[in-house]
Design a protein around this ligand. Structure first.
Ligand code: HEM
Length: 93
C-alpha cells in the first residue's frame, strides 16, 4: 500500500519509526497502554532494535512483518544502528 502511494521501502521503514512513541489501546484489550519499544515517549531509534530482537513490550504484527520484509527489513537494521540516518530519512519521507 505504501508503495502504491509513492513511498519507497526506505520511506516506509523510516515512517514506521514513529511507533517509537506509540502505545496500543485498541489492538489487544488485555494490554492497554503498552508501548512499542523499551523507551516509551522518547523519540529515538530504539523501536527498530526492539522490533527486530523481540524485546518490545508489544509489537504489532505489521511491524514485525515489515521488519522481515525483503526490501523494507534491511532499513530496520540500518536505522537501528544509525539514528542520524533514520532522522534524515524520516524527515525526507
Ligand atoms: C503499516 C502501517 C501502520 C500500521 C498498521 C499502524 C498501526 C497502528 C496501531 C494498531 C496503533 C495502536 C492503536 C491503538 O491500539 O491505540 C498505532 C499507533 C500509532 N501509530 Fe501507527 N501504524 C502504521 C503506521 C504509522 C505511521 C506511518 C505513523 C506516523 C508516521 C504512525 C504513528 C502512530 C502513532 C503516533 C501511534 C500512537 C497513537 C496514540 O498513542 O494514540 N503509525 N499504529
Amino acid at each position: 500500500m505504501f508503495q502504491h502511494h509513492g513511498f519507497t521501502a526506505e520511506d516506509t521503514a523510516a515512517l514506521m519509526g514513529a511507533h517509537t512513541v506509540s502505545q496500543q489501546d485498541f489492538t489487544f484489550a488485555s494490554e492497554i497502554g503498552v508501548a512499542q519499544d523499551t523507551t516509551p515517549n522518547v523519540w529515538d531509534n530504539q523501536y527498530y532494535n526492539d522490533t527486530l530482537d523481540g524485546s518490545a513490550p508489544f509489537s504489532f504484527p505489521s511491524d514485525v512483518n515489515l521488519s522481515n520484509q525483503t526490501s523494507v527489513g534491511p532499513y530496520y537494521k540500518s536505522f537501528g544502528q544509525n539514528k542520524t540516518q533514520w532522522e534524515a530519512s524520516f524527515a525526507a519521507a
